[in-house]
Write a protein that binds this ligand. Structure first.
Ligand code: FES
Ligand SMILES: [Fe+2]
Length: 365
């Protein structure tokens, strides 16, 4: 059982992952490495992101050195062009009166990945041709929301995706790693009836993992503790709720009885032990001074907390360990959930779940 669980820690689940930040993909193709594969990202004529095999199916040139022409990516070598579906749309002729010299060979095709763009990220689906669950639904993190401040941070790690995405459920590390002065904590796993309406699509796809950790704390914590005290942000109860999905988690943070912010954790899986952890923090606006204080406080806190996690992850053996205590119950439940989505890699869904199937955004305020 434990050997099986440890083996799982190095596997990638079928899910949505972050290919890159939206702002990093402009009009020229960009070389990316995802899932251990060398790929290229570019935008078609409508600006929709495309992620495909980097090496040209003709003679293997790098399409990342090509350019986008008429909504297709044009190879730098012989100028064959591939459209957003991966099909070869054009092979140039060499006489003015013959626009196309040869028939397009059937193998002239680039493998593509399903993509989506939201929250300032370009998402890419891993595990099957068609997506099997929707994107996490976080309307307050949508680009251009005037009522929320959004902060995005990213960390390079040398651990596996599961070890990153299971970390939120590990209440036991909050005191030793994050200096949270806990007097008690309580772990819960939610059932589907407790999911908020935003996650109905995720629940339907069997891709939702809900839970909570309630911490009793003796005072505010971390490097910003004094500052927090100064602005009256002391607290005695920290309540974290989780809307987990196979490739990440949305954490909602309530201090005493007020929800302070949401943190969307997602991952860029570069290679088995080379992954970028992204954290998007969405903080409701409450007025000038308060906003600045919250931005600094929650932003810095997340940064320093993530920094401490990354240091640990980078030095650990991702498939090590295996003697679990009852405090690991939430982590272990998440692992069995994650396993179901590792098992879906390579299987096509009966009914694909495209991002358009996502339930309508409900405003939270
Ligand atoms: S190698 Fe790409 S067109 Fe020839
Ligand atoms: Fe942590």
């Amino acid at each position: 059982m434990n050997a099986e669980l440890n083996e799982l820690t190095t596997k990638l689940s079928a899910s949505w992952y972050v290919a890159m930040l939206s702002k990093d993909l402009k009009s020229t193709p960009v070389a990316v490495k995802l899932f251990g594969e060398e790929l290229v990202a570019w935008r078609d004529a409508r600006g929709v992101p495309v992620v495909m095999d980097r090496y040209c199916s003709h003679l293997g040139a790098s399409l990342a050195d090509g350019k986008v022409v008429d909504g297709c990516i044009q190879c730098p070598f012989h100028h064959w062009r591939f459209d957003a579906t991966g099909g070869c749309a054009h092979i140039p002729g060499h006489q003015p009166d013959v626009p196309r010299l040869v028939r397009i060979p059937s193998g002239a095709r680039q493998r593509i990945y399903a993509t989506a763009e939201r929250y300032g990220y370009i998402w890419v689906w891993y595990g099957s041709q068609a997506p099997q669950h929707p994107l996490p639904e976080v309307p307050t993190a949508d680009v251009g929301r005037p009522d929320h401040m959004v902060l995005r941070v990213a960390y390079d790690t040398r651990t596996t995706v599961l070890r990153i995405v299971e970390n939120f459920y590990d209440a036991q590390h909050a005191a030793p790693v994050h200096a949270l002065p806990i007097t008690a904590f309580d772990l819960k796993v939610f059932d589907a009836s407790q999911a908020s309406p935003e996650f109905a699509g995720m629940v339907k796809a069997g891709a939702w993992f809900g839970g909570s950790i309630e911490f009793k704390v003796s005072r505010y914590f971390g490097a910003m503790g004094m500052f927090a005290n100064l602005i009256g942000l002391n607290m005695s109860r920290m309540y974290l709720t989780f809307d987990g999905y196979p490739g990440g988690c949305l954490m909602s943070v309530t201090l005493d009885n007020e929800e302070k912010y949401k943190l969307l954790q997602c991952v860029t899986p570069v290679d088995t032990r080379e992954n970028v952890m992204h954290a998007l923090i969405a903080i409701p606006r409450r007025g000038r001074f308060r906003d600045l204080a919250n931005y600094v406080l929650f932003g810095l806190q997340t940064k320093s907390a993530a920094g401490a996690d990354v240091q640990l992850w980078n030095a650990m053996k991702p498939d090590g360990g295996g003697a679990f205590s009852r405090y690991d119950s939430l982590v272990l439940k998440y692992r069995s959930f994650y396993k179901q989505w590792v098992d879906r890699v390579g299987r096509e869904p009966a009914t694909p779940s495209a991002p358009e199937d996502m339930p309508a955004a409900r405003s939270v305020g």
